[in-house]
Design a protein around this ligand. Sequence first.
Ligand code: ZN
Length: 133
Amino acid sequence: MIKKLNHIGIAVKDMDAAIELYRKLGLEVEGTEVVESQKVRVAFIPVGDTRIELLEATAEDSPIAKFIEKRGEGIQHLAFSVDDIKKQIEVAMENGIQMIDKEPRPGAHNTKIAFAHPKSTNGVLVEFCQEQK
Ligand code: ZN
């Protein structure tokens, strides 16, 4: 079951410049982290009950580098909190959603994540995200 919008992922070319921009908008970064499995550096910016996740590529073949090459900087994905990611993947596939990840993989902040293919979600990359204790 989807519980809330966990975060909005935004692809940026220059993390430090992006952090500075959000500071000017009046928001503060919580911390940065490298997620090796996705070849990205992420920064989380709390906004009330949700967060903005800035994503910077750490390698040329990073999905973020490819995204920026194709579509430029901007909103890259929406992430929904789920209580049971395995069940969520199963139900999505039953409903005809094409999953990039058929098994959960490690995300930032010790989460388990799985992406649905934007081809089957109206061009918007959707992430399911389960927090672990
Ligand atoms: Zn994300």
